[in-house]
Ligand binder design. Structure first.
Ligand SMILES: C[S@@+](CC[C@H](N)C(=O)[O-])C[C@H]1O[C@@H](n2cnc3c(N)ncnc32)[C@H](O)[C@@H]1O
Length: 303
Protein backbone atom coordinates (compact mmCIF):
# COMPACT_ATOMS: atom_id res chain seq x y z
CA UNK A 1 0.00 0.00 0.00
CA UNK A 2 1.45 3.46 -0.84
CA UNK A 3 2.55 5.38 2.24
CA UNK A 4 0.37 8.37 3.14
CA UNK A 5 2.19 11.70 2.81
CA UNK A 6 2.94 13.44 6.11
CA UNK A 7 2.52 16.72 4.30
CA UNK A 8 -0.70 18.60 4.82
CA UNK A 9 0.17 21.62 2.72
CA UNK A 10 -1.43 24.95 3.56
CA UNK A 11 -1.14 27.53 0.76
CA UNK A 12 -1.50 30.46 3.14
CA UNK A 13 1.66 29.54 5.08
CA UNK A 14 5.30 30.02 4.08
CA UNK A 15 7.37 27.04 3.03
CA UNK A 16 9.15 27.08 6.38
CA UNK A 17 5.89 27.35 8.34
CA UNK A 18 4.48 24.44 6.35
CA UNK A 19 7.63 22.44 7.09
CA UNK A 20 7.44 23.13 10.82
CA UNK A 21 3.74 22.35 10.94
CA UNK A 22 4.19 19.01 9.17
CA UNK A 23 7.44 18.11 10.95
CA UNK A 24 9.47 17.85 7.72
CA UNK A 25 12.28 19.87 6.12
CA UNK A 26 11.80 22.92 3.90
CA UNK A 27 13.24 20.85 1.05
CA UNK A 28 10.51 18.24 1.53
CA UNK A 29 7.85 20.94 1.18
CA UNK A 30 9.53 22.31 -1.96
CA UNK A 31 9.65 18.78 -3.41
CA UNK A 32 5.96 18.31 -2.57
CA UNK A 33 5.04 21.61 -4.27
CA UNK A 34 7.00 20.65 -7.35
CA UNK A 35 5.65 17.08 -7.51
CA UNK A 36 2.06 18.22 -7.05
CA UNK A 37 2.51 20.97 -9.65
CA UNK A 38 1.24 23.60 -7.22
CA UNK A 39 1.21 27.16 -8.49
CA UNK A 40 2.75 28.77 -5.44
CA UNK A 41 3.20 32.05 -7.30
CA UNK A 42 -0.52 32.42 -7.97
CA UNK A 43 -1.37 31.50 -4.39
CA UNK A 44 1.05 34.20 -3.22
CA UNK A 45 -0.70 36.75 -5.45
CA UNK A 46 -4.06 35.85 -3.98
CA UNK A 47 -2.66 36.16 -0.46
CA UNK A 48 -1.26 39.61 -1.20
CA UNK A 49 -4.48 40.73 -2.88
CA UNK A 50 -6.47 39.64 0.20
CA UNK A 51 -4.06 41.33 2.60
CA UNK A 52 -4.10 44.66 0.73
CA UNK A 53 -7.84 44.60 0.33
CA UNK A 54 -8.42 43.93 4.01
CA UNK A 55 -5.99 46.67 5.03
CA UNK A 56 -7.62 49.23 2.75
CA UNK A 57 -11.04 48.49 4.09
CA UNK A 58 -9.99 49.59 7.58
CA UNK A 59 -7.52 52.26 6.38
CA UNK A 60 -9.44 53.84 3.54
CA UNK A 61 -7.11 56.82 3.13
CA UNK A 62 -3.89 54.81 3.32
CA UNK A 63 -1.17 55.77 0.86
CA UNK A 64 0.87 53.07 -0.93
CA UNK A 65 3.86 53.73 1.33
CA UNK A 66 1.76 53.06 4.45
CA UNK A 67 0.28 49.87 2.96
CA UNK A 68 3.75 48.70 1.96
CA UNK A 69 5.11 49.30 5.45
CA UNK A 70 2.15 47.75 7.27
CA UNK A 71 2.15 44.60 5.13
CA UNK A 72 5.91 44.27 4.69
CA UNK A 73 5.88 44.55 0.91
CA UNK A 74 7.69 46.77 -1.57
CA UNK A 75 6.17 50.06 -2.64
CA UNK A 76 5.64 48.80 -6.18
CA UNK A 77 3.93 45.64 -4.96
CA UNK A 78 1.63 47.68 -2.72
CA UNK A 79 0.78 49.98 -5.63
CA UNK A 80 0.13 47.04 -7.95
CA UNK A 81 -2.34 45.37 -5.57
CA UNK A 82 -3.99 48.65 -4.57
CA UNK A 83 -4.76 49.27 -8.22
CA UNK A 84 -6.44 45.88 -8.68
CA UNK A 85 -10.23 46.07 -8.73
CA UNK A 86 -10.74 42.33 -8.87
CA UNK A 87 -8.81 39.29 -7.62
CA UNK A 88 -5.81 38.33 -9.74
CA UNK A 89 -6.73 36.33 -12.83
CA UNK A 90 -5.97 32.63 -12.76
CA UNK A 91 -2.86 31.66 -14.70
CA UNK A 92 -3.23 29.58 -17.82
CA UNK A 93 -0.27 27.31 -17.10
CA UNK A 94 -0.67 23.60 -16.43
CA UNK A 95 0.20 24.17 -12.80
CA UNK A 96 -2.55 23.91 -10.26
CA UNK A 97 -3.41 26.36 -7.56
CA UNK A 98 -3.88 24.67 -4.22
CA UNK A 99 -6.61 27.13 -3.41
CA UNK A 100 -8.24 27.23 -6.77
CA UNK A 101 -8.64 23.80 -8.18
CA UNK A 102 -9.50 24.95 -11.67
CA UNK A 103 -6.54 23.17 -13.22
CA UNK A 104 -6.82 20.03 -11.16
CA UNK A 105 -7.53 17.04 -13.31
CA UNK A 106 -8.85 14.94 -10.42
CA UNK A 107 -12.65 14.92 -10.20
CA UNK A 108 -14.29 17.17 -7.66
CA UNK A 109 -15.63 15.03 -4.81
CA UNK A 110 -18.89 15.34 -2.92
CA UNK A 111 -17.07 14.65 0.35
CA UNK A 112 -14.04 16.48 1.74
CA UNK A 113 -12.41 17.43 5.02
CA UNK A 114 -11.30 20.75 3.59
CA UNK A 115 -13.91 23.45 2.99
CA UNK A 116 -11.56 25.46 0.77
CA UNK A 117 -11.40 22.46 -1.57
CA UNK A 118 -15.20 22.23 -1.59
CA UNK A 119 -15.63 25.97 -2.25
CA UNK A 120 -12.97 25.88 -4.97
CA UNK A 121 -14.75 22.92 -6.57
CA UNK A 122 -18.04 24.84 -6.52
CA UNK A 123 -16.38 27.86 -8.16
CA UNK A 124 -14.96 25.62 -10.83
CA UNK A 125 -18.11 23.63 -11.50
CA UNK A 126 -20.89 26.16 -11.05
CA UNK A 127 -19.44 29.68 -11.13
CA UNK A 128 -17.68 29.65 -14.49
CA UNK A 129 -14.33 29.11 -12.83
CA UNK A 130 -14.50 32.53 -11.14
CA UNK A 131 -11.73 33.14 -8.58
CA UNK A 132 -14.32 33.89 -5.89
CA UNK A 133 -17.99 34.56 -5.18
CA UNK A 134 -19.64 37.94 -5.76
CA UNK A 135 -21.13 38.32 -2.29
CA UNK A 136 -21.09 36.76 1.18
CA UNK A 137 -24.05 37.65 3.43
CA UNK A 138 -22.65 36.01 6.59
CA UNK A 139 -18.96 36.84 6.28
CA UNK A 140 -18.07 36.90 9.99
CA UNK A 141 -14.25 36.79 10.14
CA UNK A 142 -14.06 35.41 6.62
CA UNK A 143 -12.63 32.00 7.47
CA UNK A 144 -13.79 30.84 4.02
CA UNK A 145 -11.25 33.23 2.53
CA UNK A 146 -8.29 32.57 4.80
CA UNK A 147 -6.74 29.84 2.71
CA UNK A 148 -6.46 31.51 -0.64
CA UNK A 149 -9.92 32.08 -2.10
CA UNK A 150 -10.11 35.87 -2.45
CA UNK A 151 -12.64 37.71 -0.33
CA UNK A 152 -15.75 38.60 -2.33
CA UNK A 153 -16.10 42.24 -3.28
CA UNK A 154 -19.35 42.45 -1.31
CA UNK A 155 -19.10 41.19 2.27
CA UNK A 156 -22.03 41.61 4.68
CA UNK A 157 -23.05 40.32 8.11
CA UNK A 158 -25.85 40.95 10.59
CA UNK A 159 -23.15 41.56 13.20
CA UNK A 160 -20.10 42.78 11.26
CA UNK A 161 -16.88 41.91 13.06
CA UNK A 162 -15.09 45.00 11.70
CA UNK A 163 -15.30 47.74 9.11
CA UNK A 164 -14.34 45.39 6.29
CA UNK A 165 -17.83 43.90 6.48
CA UNK A 166 -21.01 45.84 5.75
CA UNK A 167 -24.31 45.66 7.61
CA UNK A 168 -26.75 43.02 6.35
CA UNK A 169 -29.42 45.77 6.26
CA UNK A 170 -27.43 47.41 3.43
CA UNK A 171 -27.76 44.22 1.37
CA UNK A 172 -31.50 44.26 1.97
CA UNK A 173 -31.63 47.64 0.21
CA UNK A 174 -29.82 46.43 -2.91
CA UNK A 175 -31.77 46.15 -6.17
CA UNK A 176 -32.96 42.80 -7.56
CA UNK A 177 -30.51 40.79 -9.68
CA UNK A 178 -27.39 42.30 -8.09
CA UNK A 179 -25.08 39.25 -7.92
CA UNK A 180 -24.13 36.17 -9.91
CA UNK A 181 -23.14 34.20 -6.81
CA UNK A 182 -23.89 34.50 -3.08
CA UNK A 183 -22.65 32.57 -0.06
CA UNK A 184 -24.55 32.05 3.22
CA UNK A 185 -23.37 30.28 6.36
CA UNK A 186 -25.88 30.87 9.15
CA UNK A 187 -25.33 29.70 12.73
CA UNK A 188 -26.47 26.12 13.15
CA UNK A 189 -27.01 25.90 16.89
CA UNK A 190 -29.52 27.21 19.41
CA UNK A 191 -28.65 28.70 22.77
CA UNK A 192 -29.00 25.58 24.86
CA UNK A 193 -25.85 24.23 23.30
CA UNK A 194 -24.04 27.48 23.88
CA UNK A 195 -24.62 27.03 27.60
CA UNK A 196 -22.56 23.89 27.50
CA UNK A 197 -18.91 24.48 28.30
CA UNK A 198 -17.80 22.24 25.48
CA UNK A 199 -19.59 24.21 22.78
CA UNK A 200 -18.85 27.58 24.34
CA UNK A 201 -15.15 26.93 24.04
CA UNK A 202 -15.61 25.71 20.47
CA UNK A 203 -17.89 28.58 19.44
CA UNK A 204 -16.54 31.51 21.30
CA UNK A 205 -17.68 33.97 18.72
CA UNK A 206 -20.56 36.27 19.52
CA UNK A 207 -23.87 35.85 17.76
CA UNK A 208 -23.01 32.40 16.53
CA UNK A 209 -26.27 30.88 17.69
CA UNK A 210 -30.06 31.34 17.60
CA UNK A 211 -32.24 31.57 20.66
CA UNK A 212 -34.79 29.02 19.41
CA UNK A 213 -35.49 26.51 16.69
CA UNK A 214 -38.18 28.83 15.35
CA UNK A 215 -35.67 31.64 14.95
CA UNK A 216 -33.27 29.33 13.17
CA UNK A 217 -35.85 28.16 10.64
CA UNK A 218 -37.37 31.63 10.21
CA UNK A 219 -33.96 33.16 9.51
CA UNK A 220 -33.05 30.43 7.03
CA UNK A 221 -36.29 31.13 5.12
CA UNK A 222 -35.79 34.91 5.20
CA UNK A 223 -32.21 34.64 3.94
CA UNK A 224 -33.24 32.30 1.12
CA UNK A 225 -35.87 34.82 -0.03
CA UNK A 226 -33.35 37.67 0.13
CA UNK A 227 -30.82 35.69 -1.90
CA UNK A 228 -33.40 34.72 -4.47
CA UNK A 229 -34.19 38.38 -5.00
CA UNK A 230 -30.54 39.48 -5.15
CA UNK A 231 -29.37 36.78 -7.58
CA UNK A 232 -29.43 37.25 -11.32
CA UNK A 233 -31.12 34.61 -13.47
CA UNK A 234 -28.81 31.57 -13.46
CA UNK A 235 -27.18 32.98 -10.31
CA UNK A 236 -25.78 30.51 -7.79
CA UNK A 237 -26.38 30.27 -4.05
CA UNK A 238 -23.88 28.35 -1.92
CA UNK A 239 -25.34 27.58 1.50
CA UNK A 240 -23.47 25.93 4.33
CA UNK A 241 -25.78 24.23 6.79
CA UNK A 242 -26.01 21.41 9.28
CA UNK A 243 -28.53 19.11 10.93
CA UNK A 244 -28.57 18.81 14.70
CA UNK A 245 -30.10 17.16 17.72
CA UNK A 246 -32.18 19.41 19.99
CA UNK A 247 -34.41 18.57 22.93
CA UNK A 248 -34.65 14.91 22.02
CA UNK A 249 -35.41 15.49 18.37
CA UNK A 250 -33.35 15.50 15.20
CA UNK A 251 -33.60 18.79 13.35
CA UNK A 252 -33.16 18.16 9.63
CA UNK A 253 -32.10 21.66 8.72
CA UNK A 254 -30.55 20.78 5.37
CA UNK A 255 -33.77 19.08 4.28
CA UNK A 256 -35.73 22.14 5.37
CA UNK A 257 -33.41 24.44 3.42
CA UNK A 258 -33.77 22.31 0.28
CA UNK A 259 -37.56 22.27 0.55
CA UNK A 260 -37.82 26.01 1.20
CA UNK A 261 -35.38 26.84 -1.59
CA UNK A 262 -37.32 24.70 -4.04
CA UNK A 263 -40.57 26.39 -3.04
CA UNK A 264 -38.99 29.72 -3.97
CA UNK A 265 -38.01 28.33 -7.37
CA UNK A 266 -34.36 27.38 -6.75
CA UNK A 267 -32.96 24.27 -8.42
CA UNK A 268 -30.67 22.11 -6.27
CA UNK A 269 -27.48 21.69 -8.30
CA UNK A 270 -25.28 19.79 -5.90
CA UNK A 271 -24.65 18.72 -2.33
CA UNK A 272 -21.21 18.57 -0.72
CA UNK A 273 -20.41 17.06 2.67
CA UNK A 274 -17.72 18.64 4.80
CA UNK A 275 -16.46 15.96 7.13
CA UNK A 276 -15.68 17.21 10.64
CA UNK A 277 -12.16 16.71 11.92
CA UNK A 278 -13.49 16.85 15.48
CA UNK A 279 -16.96 16.23 16.89
CA UNK A 280 -19.28 19.07 15.98
CA UNK A 281 -21.82 19.16 18.77
CA UNK A 282 -22.32 17.83 22.26
CA UNK A 283 -24.04 14.47 22.18
CA UNK A 284 -26.58 13.58 24.84
CA UNK A 285 -25.21 11.20 27.47
CA UNK A 286 -27.17 8.24 26.15
CA UNK A 287 -26.62 8.13 22.42
CA UNK A 288 -29.93 8.17 20.58
CA UNK A 289 -28.85 8.88 17.03
CA UNK A 290 -25.70 8.83 14.96
CA UNK A 291 -23.26 11.53 15.92
CA UNK A 292 -23.23 14.34 13.37
CA UNK A 293 -19.82 14.37 11.76
CA UNK A 294 -20.61 16.49 8.72
CA UNK A 295 -22.07 19.74 7.51
CA UNK A 296 -23.34 20.52 4.03
CA UNK A 297 -22.54 22.92 1.26
CA UNK A 298 -25.73 23.06 -0.81
CA UNK A 299 -25.54 24.63 -4.24
CA UNK A 300 -28.67 26.11 -5.79
CA UNK A 301 -29.37 27.89 -9.05
CA UNK A 302 -32.02 30.53 -9.62
CA UNK A 303 -33.61 29.61 -12.94
C1 LIG B 1 -20.98 30.47 11.25
S1 LIG B 1 -20.81 32.21 11.13
C2 LIG B 1 -20.23 32.46 9.50
C3 LIG B 1 -18.76 32.12 9.36
C4 LIG B 1 -18.17 32.55 8.02
N1 LIG B 1 -18.69 31.76 6.92
C5 LIG B 1 -16.65 32.49 7.98
O1 LIG B 1 -16.12 31.96 7.02
O2 LIG B 1 -16.00 32.99 8.89
C6 LIG B 1 -22.47 32.69 11.10
C7 LIG B 1 -22.74 34.16 10.81
O3 LIG B 1 -24.14 34.39 10.76
C8 LIG B 1 -24.43 35.66 11.32
N2 LIG B 1 -25.78 35.69 11.89
C9 LIG B 1 -26.16 35.41 13.14
N3 LIG B 1 -27.48 35.56 13.29
C10 LIG B 1 -27.96 35.95 12.10
C11 LIG B 1 -29.26 36.29 11.60
N4 LIG B 1 -30.33 36.23 12.39
N5 LIG B 1 -29.37 36.65 10.32
C12 LIG B 1 -28.31 36.71 9.52
N6 LIG B 1 -27.04 36.41 9.93
C13 LIG B 1 -26.87 36.04 11.20
C14 LIG B 1 -23.38 35.82 12.42
O4 LIG B 1 -23.12 37.19 12.64
C15 LIG B 1 -22.17 35.08 11.89
O5 LIG B 1 -21.26 35.96 11.33
Amino acid sequence: MPQKSRINYNPSLSIHENAERCGVTDAAIRKYISEQGIDRRYDEQVKKYNAVRLYLQTHKEAKPSEVAKALGMSLNTAKKYMAMEAPPAKPTTDKISKVNLSKLSAPIKTVDKDQTAILSGILRLYCNNAPTFDCDLTTSEGVFYKYGIPRPTYCYDKYPVDETVRQLEDAELLPDNSFKSIVIDLPFIVDEYVDSKEVRSMMQKRFSHFSSNEELYRTNSAMLSLVYRLLTANGVLVMKTQDYWYKGKQEWVALYVIEEARKLGFELLDQFLLIAKTKLLKQSYRQRCARKMHSYFLVFRKP
